[in-house]
Design a protein around this ligand. Structure first.
Ligand code: SF4
Length: 382
């Protein structure tokens, strides 16, 4: 039976200093001044419209993502969090993450963010090699990463993530390893380690740079993974590594098919309504200009969709199989409202192909299933 899942709040801040050539996120180069006050007002109105879908439910995590949320000052974040607290029951121990990009952070600003209520920072370092950073169009150099990390430590914010990418233009395995070594030397609690991919509708897709081949990327992943494991990090999700007790609660909730409100330009929300046996996906107006215009008429939502049984099943596994942890069948039923028996034909196929192990009450990925995660996810396609 469908039951309420833990609830998070995602807040999208869509502007960046400039658009990186590989980026397919809903991010827009800032032209002129940041329309901070207007955007803050819009976020609060947008949240108010979504509230009836989540009345009275505690919020366990808040995530300011982007774009570059650190273009907004600590005062802006403080104002927003106070307004959110007036509308929602944000748990006293909620994880509250801010994505920050080196090159956009003023000295001492992390202590301001911390005072505003931010408990976790995700730092978009990507690489420590200045040549690589230049080739992927980042606005910062390694020196700015160092300054941001110093500022995090002096603000006493030990719970921070470092984003690193591998498979960068002209990158060797040794350079990828050196990035992870330098990342670890910053003392993060969490490392997100992604392979650069060419996404449609990006500058790199139209005019691809010379990238390392698949075999070299695999070597990078293996060598960097070994280093992270040796340093005590656990690979709890395909690209996410955490020290014990430092997994990202907000992202874990996505991957466990939990619920979340999504506010801001292009934000997505997912909400279970057990009383009506419905699961909704809501997408907000994507372009910041269109989103800001919704202050006039409340048209924040661009799309609201109800998931049918096949979509519930597929989306549950699409997310859940990113995680290394076992999948309890009871969690499947609670999150999708579908009986565990409906899994039988899919599980049988995945087990036969050596991708999954059926342990009765739970399902566990085999090593083969982890390596060929896309093949495993495809088994659950409607
Ligand atoms: S800073 Fe991040 S969100 Fe902004 S354009 Fe670059 S990759 Fe995209």
């Amino acid at each position: 039976m469908l039951s309420h899942q833990p609830l998070g709040l995602y807040v999208h801040m869509p502007w960046c200093v400039r658009k990186c050539p590989y980026c397919d996120f809903n991010s827009h180069a800032l032209k002129g001044d940041l329309p901070a006050q207007e955007y803050l007002e819009a976020l609060v109105l947008d949240l108010e419209q979504d509230l009836p879908l989540a009345w009275g439910r505690p919020v366990g995590s808040v995530y300011f993502g982007g774009g570059t949320p650190s273009l907004f000052s600590a005062d802006h974040i403080d104002t927003l969090l106070s307004r959110f607290r007036g509308l929602l029951h944000i748990s006293p121990d909620a994880e509250i993450t801010l994505e920050a990009n080196p090159g956009t952070i003023e000295r001492d600003s992390f202590s301001g963010y911390r005072q505003a209520g931010i408990t976790r920072v995700s730092l978009g370092a990507q690489s420590f090699d200045d040549d690589s950073l230049r080739r992927i169009g980042r606005i910062h150099a390694s020196d700015e990463i160092r300054q941001a990390v110093e500022s995090l430590h002096s603000a006493g914010m030990s719970n921070f993530n470092i984003d690193l990418m591998y498979g960068l233009p002209g990158q060797t395995v040794a350079k990828a390893v050196s990035d992870v070594e330098r990342g670890l030397a910053c003392g993060p609690a969490h490392v997100s380690h992604y392979n650069l991919t060419l996404e449609p509708n990006t500058v790199f897709a139209a005019d691809p740079p010379p990238l390392p081949d698949e075999e070299h990327c695999w070597e990078m992943q293996e060598a960097c993974g070994a280093l992270l494991a040796e340093a005590g990090f656990e690979n709890y999700e395909i690209s996410a590594w955490a020290r014990p007790g430092r997994t990202c609660r907000h992202n874990l909730n996505y991957w466990r098919f939990g619920d979340y409100l999504g506010i801001g330009a292009g934000a997505h929300g997912k909400l279970s309504l057990p009383g009506e046996d419905r699961i909704l996906r809501i997408a907000k107006q994507r372009h910041p200009r269109r989103y800001l215009a919704a202050r006039e008429d409340g048209s924040w939502r661009a799309d609201t969709r109800e998931l049918d049984a096949a979509e519930r099943l597929f989306e549950f596994f699409l997310n859940r199989l990113r995680l290394a942890e076992p999948v309890p069948k009871a969690a499947f039923s609670a999150a999708t409202g579908l009986p565990a028996e409906s899994l039988a034909p899919y599980v049988e196929t995945a087990v036969k192909r050596g991708l999954l192990e059926d342990r009765g009450d739970s399902l566990v990925q085999t090593d083969f299933g982890r390596r060929f995660n896309n093949d495993l996810q495809e088994v659950f396609l409607p």
